[in-house]
Design a protein around this ligand. Structure first.
Ligand code: URA
Length: 427
């Protein structure tokens, strides 16, 4: 039987709601990575998986096949317990920036392989590239050396890490097949397991600015990923956290780096500090470093030292002035009242329209562009008070962003009930 027919058999089986065999999964993932299964066949299969779902055994085998498509790193030699964090993505989510050096300063090694932003959620590498000189690409040897010496690395994943996912994710992005729990869980976990971390904390976002808009789906995704991690021998825990409001006040690239540095200096917005410390505690716990107190380490300045060492090790100048946008515009309250909500999705898209994000993978980002909030939900404002600041290099981008933030920031005179940031913990 030719390969083309074998692919059609696998597509038909899933289309008709059947469970794929281990051999079918191993074959189709490997053949797709090698270019034997065509993009249109894999797109049809991804859509069948999205519509029909997969059993836990199928998800586990699919994840294993994606790991086997590339190199599996061994971080045994770095001399410290390893712990990593993965966020499913949100608006203003700069937590990796203060968290990585903080957890390293507490004694763990943090191998943080990160991505770039696409659409309304920002990318950690885009943010760090706003620091003059900083480079995202490291060789395997540089990665290991920095992990041993500094304990903290944030860099781009190499081409050998789960190449099946790299190809499949790009295909899903353009075929409406991203929003599938089996495909998201296997995509994220194949990369994290292949990276070789011993412990993993997942920050699964829920709300308008996240992939998962409701708690039930976010819980199912978290459960699926935690089970995959544990089955692969990675100590894995997930926190469900709110993403209906942007994290912190800054949304963009350089503005988020600046806010992260404020946190490392002992200040910064309360929600960013709360989530950084909660995730640090989970990572240290999962890594077996239960004596370390991340709040004390943050206050001591040791996390800032670790940040500076991490930035320098990748060619960056931690003292350099960050890029700023050429133009700014303030959006003001039109009436007195209380800020009821600041919609994460609206602010994320506004920052993207101002130039902080990209529409296509090859587009450049503007480092200085973004939105800086002046208020968070619960703040009392008077008519004329600033609600937020829009920053861009091109004034014609203001109009689209202004409309979005005007709708996103809701001011009224009703009672305000604060919403918790940490929603659930799944082990
Ligand atoms: N992030 C990933 O790496 N993969 C997905 O499928 C979704 C988010």
């Amino acid at each position: 039987m030719s390969s083309a027919f074998a692919a059609v058999d696998v597509i038909r089986a899933k289309r008709d709601g059947r469970v794929l065999s281990d051999e079918q999964i191993d074959w189709v993932v490997d053949a797709y990575t090698r270019g034997i299964v065509a993009d249109e066949q894999m797109a049809a299969l991804a859509m069948a998986i999205l519509l029909r779902g997969m059993t836990p055994a199928e998800i586990s085998r699919w994840t294993a096949a994606m790991i086997a498509s590339g190199e599996r790193m061994d971080l045994g030699g770095v001399g410290r317990p390893t712990a990593d964090k993965h966020s499913t993505g949100g608006v203003g989510d700069k937590i990796t920036l203060p968290l990585t050096p903080l957890v390293a300063a507490c004694g763990a090694a943090v191998p943080q392989l990160s991505g770039r932003g696409l659409g309304h959620t920002g990318g950690t590498l885009d943010k760090l590239e706003s620091i003059p000189g900083w480079r995202a690409s490291l060789t395997g040897a540089e990665f290991r050396a920095q992990l041993s010496e500094v304990g903290a690395v944030i860099c781009a994943a190499g081409a050998d890490l789960a190449p099946a996912d790299r190809k499949l994710y790009a295909l899903r992005d353009v075929t409406g097949t991203v929003e599938s729990i089996p495909l998201i869980a296997s995509s994220i976990m194949s990369k994290k397991i292949a990276e070789g971390t011993g412990a993993l904390v997942l920050d699964v976002k829920v709300g308008s600015g996240a992939f998962m808009k409701d708690a039930a789906t976010a819980t199912e995704l978290a459960r699926t990923m935690v089970d995959l991690g544990k089955a692969a021998g990675v100590r894995t825990v997930a926190l469900l956290t709110d993403m209906s409001t942007p994290l912190g006040l800054a949304v963009g690239n350089a503005v988020e780096v600046a806010e992260s540095v404020e946190v490392l200096a002992g200040g910064g917005p309360a929600d960013v500090v709360e989530l950084t410390l909660a995730l640090a505690r989970e990572m240290l716990d999962a890594a077996g470093l239960t004596d370390a107190d991340p709040a004390k380490v943050l206050a001591s300045g040791a996390a800032m030292d670790s940040w500076r060492a991490m930035i320098r090790a990748q060619g960056g100048d931690p003292d350099a002035t960050l890029p700023s946008a050429r133009e700014t515009e303030i959006v003001r309250a039109v009436a007195d009242g209380v800020v009821r909500s600041v919609d994460a999705y609206g602010v994320g898209v506004a920052a993207w329209r101002l130039g902080a994000g990209r529409a296509r993978k090859e587009d450049p980002v503007s480092f200085g562009a973004g939105v800086v909030l002046h208020v968070k939900p619960g703040a009392t404002v008077r008519a004329g008070d600033p609600l937020c600041e829009l920053r861009t290099d091109e004034t014609d981008r203001f109009a689209g962003a202004r409309d979005l933030v005007t709708e996103a920031v809701v001011v009224d005179d009703g009672e305000f009930v604060p919403a918790p940031l940490l929603l659930d913990r799944i082990v």
